[in-house]
Design a protein around this ligand. Sequence first.
Ligand code: ATP
Ligand code: MG
Length: 225
Amino acid sequence: MPSTKPQSLQVIDLVHTYNDGSRTVDALKKVNVKFEPGKLYAIVGESGSGKTTLISLLSALDAIQSGDITYGGKSIREIGAQQFRQHYVNVVFQSFNLIKYMTARENVEVGLDFSGHGNDKDRAYELLADVGLTHKEADSLTQHLSGGQQQRVAIARAMAGEVPIIIADEPTGNLDEATETKILQIFKKIADSGKIVIIVTHSQKVASSAHAIVYEMRSGVLKRK
Ligand SMILES: Nc1ncnc2c1ncn2[C@@H]1O[C@H](COP(=O)(O)OP(=O)(O)OP(=O)(O)O)[C@@H](O)[C@H]1O
Ligand SMILES: [Mg+2]
């Protein structure tokens, strides 16, 4: 379990290469960056520049090849991928990955249960209220909710584990700009509560409107904008 004191997440000389037989892609070329608690980071960049690759490594969904990622100075290799995924980081995907035939509240309860917080109905309603969903919406099947509402459910579920790091890959890719801005404001609020929040977004404009610290990925190289 992570200590209760928020710590920084640091990426050190991270190099990642894909090799699928016929071709080799240098997806990350010595990425160095430090993510601090209480801050919202936006990573922008062209398609194929390496954003998802970085996020997969930051969330321990893929193994580090070269370089390191540390939380509170400790390598995530040492912490262990499974431990890291369960207690340190939660990922919100563009496709939401919600269970359609369950209500919004039940989806959040799954998140609570997975992280060892038990099946707490009241806490699920509370988390959904935090992202702006009413009781009635919380009791709707997720397949009956709008894209923006489903995205809120996915964020509430990610919050259920009370992990210190929240990462989102194109969380607003399917949404109109007004909804996108609102969702980013929710992420900003989450960062203000002391977490590290890292989102990949296409829109530089939206990233700026959420007062995020913006980095740009270009052909595997990450630079502050
Ligand atoms: N599993 C894989 N096998 C081989 N090559 C891959 C794999 N995943 C990604 N790549 C390559 O690595 C590079 C970086 O891909 P990545 O998915 O990280 O980009 P991205 O910035 O997330 O793009 P997008 O904005 O389109 O989501 C691309 O050239 C891509 O083709
Ligand atoms: Mg991607």
